[in-house]
Design a protein around this ligand. Structure first.
Ligand SMILES: C[S@@+](CC[C@H](N)C(=O)[O-])C[C@H]1O[C@@H](n2cnc3c(N)ncnc32)[C@H](O)[C@@H]1O
Length: 264
């Protein structure tokens, strides 16, 4: 799936030197390739452009005024700030890190990989699974840029992250073996209504849709041979699939519903 409904995306090379890579990407994703002279603010043909350069892949909404591009940059100041944020402690607690420090987590809804990166930074081996092809390409680009970075910390964190492309429910026995925890952060239709909608979430809601099969994903996760399933929810949201968790870990902006299946 590269888009939802009539949300249209084109591929744009940043410069002439990026045209071969952009053409290959457009071909792989079965998306139209734009003329390199296209300017996102003047582009009326597409709702978003996947902008391709040697350094990164960025998704940019077209038109004006619109938010800036979204990309996966694990070394960014925002990511470095995020790793010190209080909710990492909550996430560590939710997955049961104190009970088993060397943990293997399957992030079955990897998205832009921020939660996966936090988990890997906490010392977990993380299998990331993402089914949207555009998001997957952005994630893969962010992971390879980080892996080639001169920053040893960044390099070592992404070494613990392994990306799988496709629906998590299609993962084979090999990818699931040794997984202690399945982590889910499905799209939530109303989650940002009261707060200021974050720019990437607004764009990604359009790209991905509401994700209305999240209940089925939880049921699948609960059927796997793992110690626990952890679901990230907005604080006041109903439980996924009306399944009552074993316990919840709540913060100001987020709640983790923890389904304990057996000991870690
Ligand atoms: C809210 S985003 C996750 C954000 C992510 N936690 C982060 O920190 O960037 C949800 C993502 O899960 C993906 N997704 C939803 N259901 C999936 C499934 N069954 N298998 C794989 N990916 C799925 C969507 O395509 C979307 O990119």
């Amino acid at each position: 799936m590269t888009s939802v409904g009539d949300f249209s995306v084109g591929v744009l090379a940043v410069s002439a030197g990026d045209e071969v890579a952009a053409a290959a990407l457009a071909d792989d994703l079965r998306l139209p390739l734009c003329d390199t002279a296209t300017r996102p603010r003047n582009c009326e043909q597409f709702q978003a452009l996947l902008i391709c350069s040697a350094q990164k892949l960025a998704l940019q909404q077209t038109g004006w005024p619109v938010p800036g591009p979204v990309s996966v940059d694990f070394g960014s100041a925002a990511m470095r700030h995020r790793r010190r944020g209080g909710h990492n402690e909550l996430l560590g607690k939710a997955i049961g890190l104190s009970k088993k420090p060397q943990m293997h987590v399957l992030d079955a809804t990897a998205g832009l990989g921020r939660d996966s990166f936090i988990l890997a930074d906490l010392g977990c081996e993380v299998t990331l699974c993402e089914r949207n092809e555009i998001v997957t390409r952005m994630l893969a680009s962010g992971l390879s840029v980080a892996a080639l970075s001169a920053d040893q910390w960044l390099k070592s964190v992404v070494q613990r992250m392994d990306l799988h492309v496709g629906d998590a429910r299609s993962l084979g026995v090999k990818a699931l073996s040794g997984v202690d925890v399945i982590y889910l952060d499905p799209m939530f239709p109303d989650r940002d209504k009261s707060a200021k909608v974050k720019k990437e979430m607004a764009l990604f809601h359009q790209l991905l849709g509401a994700g209305d099969d999240a209940d089925a994903l939880l049921l699948w996760a609960l059927g796997q041979n793992v110690a626990r399933v952890v679901v990230k929810r907005p604080p006041k949201a109903p439980e996924l699939g009306h399944c009552k968790p074993s316990h919840t870990i709540s913060g100001k902006a987020v709640r983790y519903d923890v389904y304990v299946l057996h000991g870690l």
